[in-house]
Write a protein that binds this ligand. Sequence first.
Ligand code: S3P
Length: 428
Amino acid sequence: MNIEVNPSGPLKGEIAVPGDKSISHRAAILGAIAEGETRIKGFLEGEDCLHTLSCLEALGVKIRRKEPGHYLIEGRGLRGLTEPERVLDVGNSGTTIRLLSGLLAGQSFLSVLTGDASICRRPMDRVIKPLTQMGARIIGRGENRFAPLCIQGGPLKAIDYSSPVASAQIKSAILLAGLNTTGTTTVREPLTSRDHTERMLRAFGARINVRGTKVTLIPGSVLNGQEVTVPGDISSAAFLLVAASIIPGSELLIKNVCINPTRTGVLTALQAMGANIHILNEREETGEPVGDLLVRSGNLQGISFEPEWIPSLIDEVPILAVAAACAEGTTTISHAAELRHKETDRLKVMTRELSKFGIQVKELPDGMIISGTKKITGTECSSHGDHRIAMSLAVLAMRASGSSTITDAEAVNVSFPGFFEMLKSCEV
Ligand code: S3P
């Protein structure tokens, strides 16, 4: 699907973004292996999380949709999943394939996991390696590096694993596998990645200790079904934060956003660039900090990103690159080589697509240098099938002169169904 985007007037109003993608996946997975029922409200009905639900159903889990975003999951307990009769299709979702790999490695049956073309290009050895050290039997294409993955589940042993990269998907896969061992599982990371798994495991009754960048799970506790209210996704709010920052005269109140400190790097970076953003009404919801974000347009300045910010804004680099393109001066983003392993190689794709708008960008091995400009020219550009690229380019196109066309724009449905309609509804 192609979408035409025209220069936008100011954005105004009060809005709520869809539920957090990471928390939605975890609520469904933990609900499936808990004892009793889990009720999830605010579940993200984007394609990624719907793939997690359909994989869980194929594993014998009963899931009922009561209302939009409101689901009841009948927990099967840690040992109650059943062998799927079909290949498990994760679609475009890295979180689904990596977290389920950890969970299925310790089950007493065979599972085969695959996804779309992008998933089959992304590295799976990062989870196969530690899971194999735990005793898992997993084989994958390309000498055990890529999906499809075939997992012959069986008994696992606990490990103490130092991950070479800060990745919540690696950490979570190991912790989910650790639930099916008898020993203490430890995961260490170079910097703290998002900690939703740790928070939610604790809320479901698991024994989990966190010390700095070291997480320890002591298995044996019963996981009990919970009521989970999923807050709005800051990774989705990020597109509106940047849009309102760069379109003069804008003022948006984005209500009910998860402001977990492992996710708020986008706020840190935008505030360092001079954005006018305030957190209001801070509260807690199912173990996660939540707040409302008030954003007004402002004059952004180019900056150098601090290396330690990167894990907490990893998914926001494309939209922050758009903010940088509209800022005064130069922005340098480095230590972000992980972006090459996302739905697309986001460093390469953003460099290519920003250039089409007349923006000067230099691709680095681990980042980008972006020269801010006032001259942004509407153009035809492509999402390359990547949801976050589609939304970033749409925001940029709103600030361009003349109209733009974004190809493969339906990718937004992976994480933000209704994205284009929401933008339209805010334009005055
Ligand atoms: C996610 C972790 C991150 C992030 C992804 C969601 C998660 O990936 O980019 O969108 O829900 O655990 P990595 O673990 O590869 O950093």
